[in-house]
Design a binder for this molecule. Structure first.
Ligand SMILES: Cc1cc2nc3c(=O)[nH]c(=O)nc-3n(C[C@H](O)[C@H](O)[C@H](O)COP(=O)(O)O)c2cc1C
Length: 143
């Protein structure tokens, strides 16, 4: 059986308006349902009205999900940061991990914080451009 090629995408975008907790919960619920169905995993950050998302999965399915995401009217100004083939998943256990923070600092459990630290960790020898941009986005609080 052919092994599907795994691809990964990172993008940033802005919410069209500040989304309520209920709206985010619904978005996540729908995203997780569909991602499970399509074998997509990843993480979504929501900071000060901006999104940063990392998604990974079989190339064809990733295209389908990315199209759904791009066409969602709840956000605008989507900027693709990277699209790279990957050897293995970084978020295999998460149909869509979620993290948010406000000006007071992190909202969420220490476990969630570890998760974010994980993706912000840059390999010392060859940091990918996506991670650098991601890191500065995170440092600036998404503004
Ligand atoms: C920032 C952002 C991230 C999203 N991520 C995903 C995702 O990972 N997977 C997915 O299937 N849909 C994703 N969506 C789409 C929404 O989950 C969903 O389509 C939307 O809430 C409308 O729900 P509906 O599909 O029931 O109309 C995303 C939307 C936005 C704005």
């Amino acid at each position: 059986m052919p092994v599907s090629e795994l691809d990964s995408i990172v993008y940033v975008s802005s919410a069209v308006r500040l989304l309520s907790l209920e709206e985010i919960s619904y978005l996540l619920k729908r995203a997780r349902e569909r991602n499970k169905e399509y074998g997509i995993t990843g993480v979504l950050l929501y900071i000060g009205g901006n999104f940063m998302q990392y998604i990974e999965g079989p190339k064809d399915n990733l295209d389908i999900i990315y199209k759904i995401i791009r066409e969602d009217g709840q956000h605008k100004g989507l900027i693709p940061i990277s699209r790279e083939a990957i050897e293995s998943r970084q978020f295999g256990d998460w149909s869509m991990a979620y993290q948010t923070r406000d000006v007071e600092g992190y909202v969420g459990s220490p476990g969630e914080r570890k998760l974010i630290d994980l993706i912000l960790e840059t390999p010392s020898d060859n940091p990918s451009a996506a991670r650098i941009v991601l890191h500065s986005f995170w440092d600036r609080g998404g503004s």
